[in-house]
Design a protein around this ligand. Structure first.
Ligand code: ARG
Length: 562
């Protein structure tokens, strides 16, 4: 129900020579109080152009436009044109549209026939899945769903950190102190222990670092023993990561990690050389990036390659393979410089498409105001965190709804949903304070609150015996209007979330819609037997559809009962 578009069109017919449609749309205001109107257009800028008072212009425009019936009342007040919508007509239209389109409501097609790649999650092998990786996973997954909703084909890429000097160190540590059986039992924990021990001992034994470098070099030269150990570390790690992805309901189109680019770097280095971009500096090879940025290190003194080299190769490989119009990298803000450097090198190489590459940074996950770290003793194992959340959700449920069937499944949906929602409801660059108790509350701005509202709507539809009826002359209660106004906004919220890579807009939106709906629920006897019962239920159904779809775009399930 695009009443805004209609309003913009009507205004544009009058003042199009001065303002474009997009500009008019941006100028529209939402009056502070409903009594003033549902939408307003300020005439102050026009006043300067026409050299008349804003009020005069508002009055003239009002008279010159022939207003269609959805604009029930139009007033010129204080230099504004204020619009009052015909609520009943608007409500009927939008609800009809939602009931007809169902989950496809809000779908757009501007991304059609275009590919977007999203590089997200990308944990490091032989290390635990960190809170930062959780944030990347959750944000990236939601961005993928949002882009698909806008018509794009999305390629989900998990750029596993499966290469680098740390594997040389790990091999050394494993050979010195590791036991196969122990590692097999608890791979991530044990490998991390070995890694930590290596660093502790290397502090007073420099020869360890040297051994680490030597073994990495062997690995880069396909030494069989090194290769075999590396493969084993990778497999065990992937098994562990998979459990987390399963819990979160996240999947990937590609899990080609850094190692995949080992045989794809020479050609890039050659291209850099041919284009005269590669320079030698203290035995290493670098690309200079001007005064504002440090040079990008391409090859170390000992001839080994780096994270950045692999990212360059990856960007070029992906562009060739997927021909994407846009490539997002969902990685913490501490890697901003890294991505800036990569993008600049590609620009210098003359790859115009570098403009489609975008780093989507995010803030940290904090516990009691401090960074949650995986180093030293402070390990937070994500799988444990998720399982704790699920268990707590189960406890809540035993109290609130002990007779609920399939409690385990619902507890998993609520527990993981709570963690995901808590992450996404804040603008991504803000740090997030991690608190299980907070996120699992049924009241407040939480995932369970929205899920609960959705379940409430579902229950009403069941109890009220809701039938999709064809009403034409529906009469909506006055109390329904705030809900309808929210429902109308959904397609626009999705577009804005896409434009700003910002799932928090959708999270805030579903909270808002839930609040409005619960107010309605408190005031109106929805199930009362009256001729309008099915009309009220159709509103409930529309809310249920939009909440469900909103949650889906965040990567959160919506149980029917909880
Ligand atoms: N594995 C890296 C890390 O944990 C993140 C990789 C992000 N993706 C990329 N193409 N660099 O820090």
């Amino acid at each position: 129900m695009e009443y805004k578009t209609i309003f913009v069109q009507l205004l544009h017919d009058q003042i199009g020579e001065h303002f474009e449609k997009a500009k008019i749309k941006r100028m529209l205001e939402k009056p502070k109080y409903e009594a003033i109107g549902d939408l307003a257009f300020p005439c102050f800028d026009l006043a300067k152009i026409y050299r008349k008072s804003p009020h005069q212009i508002a009055e003239e425009l009002m008279k010159n436009i022939s207003w269609p019936p959805i604009f029930q009342q139009v007033e010129a007040v204080n230099g504004y044109i204020n619009i009052f919508l015909n609520r009943n007509e608007v409500s009927a239209k939008v609800i009809h549209e939602i009931l007809e389109k169902k989950a496809a409501f809000g779908q757009s097609s501007f991304g059609k026939n275009n590919v977007i790649t999203i590089d997200f999650s990308s944990p490091n092998i032989a290390k635990p899945f960190s809170m930062g990786h959780l944030r990347s996973t959750v944000i990236g997954n939601s961005l993928a769903l949002i882009a698909e909703k806008c018509g794009y084909q999305v390629i989900r890429i998990n750029h596993l950190g499966d290469w680098g000097t740390q594997f040389g160190k790990l091999i050394v540590a494993y050979k010195m102190w590791g036991k196969e059986q122990v590692v097999k039992k608890n791979p991530i924990k044990e490998l991390l222990k070995l890694y930590i021990r290596f660093h502790e001992e290397a502090e007073h034994d420099e020869s360890l670092n040297e051994a680490g470098r030597a073994w990495f070099k062997k690995l880069e030269n396909n030494h069989p023993e090194a290769l075999e150990l590396w493969k084993w570390f990778r497999e065990e790690s992937w098994k562990e990561f998979s459990k987390i992805y399963e819990l979160l309901g996240v999947s990937f189109d590609s899990t080609d990690g850094e190692a995949f680019y080992n045989d794809k770097m020479d050609i890039v280095i050659k291209e850099l050389k041919d284009k005269g971009l590669l320079e030698e500096s203290e035995g290493a090879e670098i690309v200079e990036l001007g005064a504002s940025y440090p040079p990008c290190l391409i090859k170390k003194k000992d001839g080994t390659t780096l994270y950045a080299t692999r990212d360059l190769a990856a960007a070029i490989y992906r562009k060739n393979k997927y021909n994407s119009v846009k490539s997002l990298y969902v990685v913490g803000h501490e890697q901003s410089l890294h991505f800036k450097q990569i993008f600049l090198v590609l620009k210098k190489m003359g790859h115009e498409w570098y403009e489609g590459l975008e780093h989507v940074p995010f803030g940290m996950m904090l516990k009691n105001g401090k960074k949650m770290s995986t180093r030293k003793g402070k390990i937070v194992l994500l799988e444990e965190v998720l399982n704790d959340a699920i268990e707590l959700a189960l406890e809540n449920m035993e109290q609130k709804n002990p007779t609920l069937s399939s409690k385990e499944i619902v507890a998993q949906q609520v527990g993981t949903g709570a963690v995901i929602f808590h992450d996404l409801k804040n603008y991504r660059l803000n740090d997030v304070e991690f608190s299980l108790e907070e996120m699992l509350k049924f009241e407040g701005d939480t995932g369970p609150y929205v899920q609960y509202t959705h379940a409430r709507a579902s229950a009403l539809l069941r109890k009220g015996n809701y039938k999709e009826i064809e009403w034409t002359e529906a009469q909506f209660d006055e109390e329904a209007w705030p809900i309808v106004k929210e429902l109308i906004e959904f397609p626009e919220v999705i577009k804005r979330a896409y434009d700003g890579n910002d799932p928090s807009l959708i999270a805030k939106y579903v909270i808002q819609l839930s609040k409005k709906f619960n107010q309605y629920y408190g005031k109106v006897r929805i199930l009362a037997e009256s001729e309008n019962k099915q009309v009220r239920l159709s509103l409930v159904s529309a809310v249920q559809i939009v909440l469900r779809e909103g949650l889906r775009l965040l990567g959160v399930d919506a149980p029917e009962e909880m």
